[in-house]
Design a protein around this ligand. Structure first.
Ligand code: CAA
Length: 291
């Protein structure tokens, strides 16, 4: 039996079946299984925190990481309004687990070589499932914040880009390394990167696979705020708390409007504002007796 055929608890079949953690299709993910994958998930009132927790491998991500992230999204408790994504140890995330590039792969999860043996439609479906782990972070009913420090490489950079906001430590190093390894960034990072820095700069960053350090990241709009490393946690908490100041439904409606703005004309956007406001007025004042 090769290493790639031996199942690790909680990770078996991550490459070859639908997303989700074994035995936890319903309800919140099991914390022990998340720990085996290298994740922690904690909820404190309206704020949830996802921690990449495999510091001994610089929070390298596997296929199971993305399936578990997707499951956290589908089972997110209803009261949660802000989701923080952070990393334990010296780095936010060193990207994909490079063992997946070896023929042996990661135990229980196969490898790129075993993925290459699948038909095109199946590969497409697997990637779609992995992308679900990133896409839900843009949902209008939540605001997601990446709290980034140290290296955020490849899938790590894309996870930071999948969030609505980024607070970063002054030692942050972003790098879109995929093209240097013969692959493309496919974990939903290309659109937010272009939206944030523009096409020319995105081409330059991705095709050189160079490091973007914290100061430049702030200038380019890749981060909302840069803070000293020992202030990252407090700055993230402060931002998260500030986002709870607004009405929950108005916040979701406003995020929907803002998200749709770049794809609409001014007239279309004005119409979208009217539609959202109609719904707000009905919801807020519908039952109030007129004077
Ligand atoms: N996968 C698996 N293990 C990793 C890893 C990764 N991506 N990154 C680091 N590790 C492991 C190292 O092998 C090392 O393990 P040992 O202690 O057993 O030797 C341990 O983590 C610590 O690593 P370093 O000693 O290298 O730590 P450092 O702080 O000096 O350097 C680093 C950190 C700059 C991130 C460096 O580890 C590095 O360059 N890692 C590889 C980054 C990489 O190429 N990632 C892939 C990007 S592409 C992608 O993500 C998406 C895609 O689709 C291809």
């Amino acid at each position: 039996t090769s290493a790639s055929e031996e199942a690790e608890p909680g990770t078996h079949g991550a490459l070859t079946r639908a997303g989700g953690v074994r035995g936890e299709a319903e309800g919140a993910p099991d914390s022990e299984q998340l720990a085996e994958i290298g994740l922690r998930f904690e909820v404190d009132g309206e704020i949830a925190t996802i921690t990449l927790d495999r510091p001994e491998r610089r929070n390298a991500q596997t296929f199971a990481t993305w399936s578990a992230l997707a499951q956290i999204g589908t089972t997110l408790p209803e009261q949660v309004r802000v989701v923080v994504v952070r990393g334990e140890g010296p780095s936010f995330s060193a990207g994909i687990d490079v063992r997946l590039f070896t023929p042996e792969g990661v135990s229980g999860q196969g490898s790129f070589a075993s993925a290459a043996a699948l038909d095109g439609g199946t590969i497409d479906q697997r990637i779609r499932e992995f992308q679900e782990g990133f896409l839900w972070l843009r949902r209008p009913d939540i605001v997601s914040i990446a709290a980034v420090h140290g290296h955020a490489i490849g899938a790590g950079f894309q996870l930071a880009l999948a969030c609505d906001l980024r607070v970063i430590a002054d030692d942050t190093k972003f790098c879109m390394k995929e093209p240097a390894l013969g692959l493309v960034p496919d974990l939903t990072g290309t659109k937010p990167l272009v939206d944030l820095v523009g096409l020319s700069r995105a081409v330059e960053i991705c095709l050189s696979a160079r490091v973007v350090e914290a100061g430049e990241a702030l200038r380019l709009g890749l981060a909302e705020r840069v803070v000293p490393g020992d202030e990252l946690q407090a700055a993230t908490k402060e931002l998260a708390t500030s986002l709870l100041a607004t009405d929950r439904d108005a916040a979701a409606a406003t995020k929907r409007l803002l998200q749709g703005a770049s794809g609409r004309t001014l007239e279309e956007q004005a119409a979208a504002e009217r539609a959202e406001q109609r719904a707000r007025i009905k919801a807020l004042f519908g039952g109030v007796r007129q004077a």
